[in-house]
Write a new protein. Structure first.
Length: 56
């Protein structure tokens, strides 16, 4: 699962369930408000990786 969360306190977040048979995913952020987001990869309930995303 991928979770994207707005880091500035907005209640903007979205879960994306991953297909284990695919090695890429496209996340459409066109409807997200401008701001900084943290994108988190979660596997078996644990955080595996994370990165920041800036939408300007």
């Amino acid at each position: 699962m991928i979770l994207s969360v707005n880091v500035y306190g907005s209640n903007t977040f979205q879960n994306y369930i991953l297909d284990v048979n695919q090695d890429t995913i496209t996340i459409n952020v066109s409807n997200y408000p401008l701001g900084m987001y943290t994108v988190v990869l979660i596997a078996d309930g644990a955080i595996v990786d994370s990165t920041n995303l800036l939408k300007e």
